[in-house]
Design a protein around this ligand. Structure first.
Ligand code: SAH
Length: 214
């Protein structure tokens, strides 16, 4: 079966699970997730499951990639111009975002993962992504403020730095917690220093690790 047909089946399943933003579904349909995995795992790329990418990290389940992306787009008023991703990992979520917003900035603390992601993004011809090897818990202050921030690793508490790198009415989508995690949507109220916080649904992410990047 061609990967396009298997991706179509994946999109059907995501719709059954309640993903409804057609912009997101179209991008998932057109993004070759198998290219973000080691060859030995690539035949499992269109299962709706998280898969290992090395260094104890995982490529998130397609459902959660789709869900977080639609929450980000839905909560933002218009088209998102500048978006920060925390946790580049394989670069799959980065690639999904790059097709939906103007400019993506993505931070990863594990250098070999970042290197691999960079090669894939180049092969796919994406020109609107910049990568940084750093602790994404501090955001990317030189590139902010951002209209949207999406974290694919879970801190115990929402880092203040991320909130403060949001542009007016900017949107932060982030898993928070330890053993028990929830997805949070945090929206900056205009250009003020107050934020509207909403707890959305239970999730399971790798932890957002702080400290020396390797
Ligand atoms: N978005 C990724 C998901 C990768 S899992 C994908 O689509 O494949 C989460 C990633 O967050 C891991 O690669 C992990 O190394 C990274 N990470 C964890 N803590 C981090 C931190 N403090 N700063 C930057 N990246 C971090």
């Amino acid at each position: 079966m061609t990967s396009l047909r298997t991706r179509e089946r994946l999109v059907q399943r995501l719709m059954e699970q309640g993903v409804s933003d057609f912009r997101v579904l179209d991008v998932i349909r057109n993004t070759p997730r198998h290219l973000f995995l080691d060859e030995a795992l690539s035949h499992r790329a269109y299962e709706d499951s998280a898969l290992p990418i090395g260094y104890g990290q995982t490529l998130s389940q397609p459902y959660i990639v789709a869900r977080m992306t639609e929450i980000l787009l839905g909560a933002a008023g218009g088209r998102l111009s500048r978006v920060l991703e925390v946790g580049t990992g394989s670069g799959y979520q980065t690639t999904v975002l790059a097709q939906l917003v103007d400019q993506v900035y993505s931070v990863e603390r594990i250098k070999p993962l970042q290197d691999r992601a960079r090669v894939r993004l180049r092969e796919l011809g994406l020109r609107n992504v910049q990568l940084s090897h750093a602790d994404g818990g501090f955001g990317w202050p030189e590139k902010g403020p951002f209209d949207g921030i999406l974290s694919t690793a879970a801190p115990q508490y929402v880092p203040e730095e991320l909130k403060h790198q949001l542009a007016p009415n900017g949107v932060l989508v982030i898993p928070v917690g330890g053993q028990q995690q929830s997805l949070y949507l945090i929206v900056r109220d205009g250009d003020s220093d107050s934020f509207h916080t909403q707890e959305l649904e239970p999730v399971r992410f790798v932890p957002l690790l702080s400290g020396t990047a390797r």
